[in-house]
Design a binder for this molecule. Structure first.
Ligand SMILES: [Zn+2]
Length: 343
């Protein structure tokens, strides 16, 4: 399987992070890339550098207001006397229907959901190259490859059309799906990250052409808290085109695979022409987030089961944090996927 990654994606190196109010090192570290590259290579992937695809595929998913913010906010932030080294919001609108703030601080609060996505001077370019890896993987699949892997880092599935959040800036899975829409009338996104793919859900919530399905730890006491509940089904023309399958905390392989069968049932009924897998590996039992207890062989079975859909598939890296098995879990998923048979 072809895999896509650009060196620039490693430059974003966030420092700040608040978890339950406590300051901790940001877990979305550049070192994740080394582990994931090794994992992809061990699965037999050849790593290729994506092309520069310009703003087009990103602007197809995100608002121009937001993209302008992402590109320029760090330089503007630096001009504020006494400001932090990274852009971090400290005020948010209660509702977003009011006027658009002119100041850097106001816009940071408007466009950033939380403190987990600090912006430095490298963030914009890293996020762009991450998105271009997703575009390149989608292009490879449209050119006839049965599947391709995009080593997207920074990740994307918590980014809405105009809001960053949870380590995410540009929604790579949404960009891949929108790119696939050039050829495919209907595209399904299956998100298996530990956390609900709230940004992806938000991007397509009112659309019937992209089905969004997410398996994740129940958000009742877990990030992203406000989204990911079973009663969120889409709206307007998109009603019935979003499926959330929250799992009890500490659920393992059996519960995950059972929920996956429900996801497949919905995906089959949607009859998509292509699939995007938002591949978080943080459902792992040894992941620092500790929300679910999927095992390394479990990821292999998940990969095999997804291959059973028999759809052209773009696999987009989402979460999965530093632990000894991070690379092995990617290898297990990709190997399982490649060995899986169409059902
Ligand atoms: Zn996650």
């Amino acid at each position: 399987m072809k895999a896509f990654y650009a060196e620039e994606q490693k430059r974003h190196d966030p420092k700040a992070f608040l978890s339950s109010g406590a300051q901790k090192p940001n877990p979305e570290k550049p070192e994740r890339v080394e582990r994931l590259l090794a994992g992809a290579e061990a699965a037999g992937c050849t790593i290729e550098r994506p092309r520069d695809h310009g703003l087009g595929p990103v602007a197809a998913v995100h608002t121009p207001e937001y993209l302008d913010f992402l590109e320029h906010i760090f330089a503007r932030w630096q001009r504020i006397e006494g400001a932090s080294a990274e852009v971090i919001p400290n005020i948010h609108p209660i509702a977003r229907g009011g006027s658009y703030p002119a100041s850097a601080v106001g816009q940071a609060g408007y466009h950033m959901a939380d403190t987990a996505c600090p912006i430095s001077g490298e963030t914009w370019r890293s996020a762009l190259w991450s998105a271009w890896s997703a575009v390149e993987a989608a292009d490879a699949v449209m050119a006839g490859a049965p599947a391709a892997y995009a080593l997207c880092r920074p990740p994307g599935h918590h980014a809405f059309a105009d809001v960053a959040g949870g380590f995410c800036f540009i929604n790579n899975s949404a960009v891949a799906a929108q790119t696939l829409r050039k050829q495919a009338a209907r595209v399904a996104i299956l998100d298996v990250d530990l956390h609900h793919g709230n940004g992806t859900q938000g991007v397509f919530y009112a659309r019937p052409d992209v089905l969004t399905v997410s398996l994740h730890a129940d958000p009742v006491r877990f990030y992203p808290f406000f989204w990911g509940h079973a009663d969120e089904r889409g709206e307007g023309p998109g009603l019935g085109y979003n499926l959330n399958l929250p799992l009890a905390r500490k659920s393992g392989d059996a519960a995950f695979l059972e929920a996956l069968d429900m996801a497949f049932q919905r995906i089959r009924a949607f009859a998509p022409e292509a699939l995007v897998v938002a591949l978080g590996l943080d459902a792992f039992e040894g992941d620092p987030f500790g929300g679910l207890t999927v095992t390394t062989p479990g990821f292999s079975r998940i990969g095999e089961a997804i291959a059973g859909c028999g759809l052209p598939t773009v696999i987009v890296q989402e979460g999965g944090y530093l632990c000894d098995e991070l690379g092995d879990n990617l290898t297990a998923f990709l190997t399982g996927f490649s060995g899986g048979k169409k059902r």
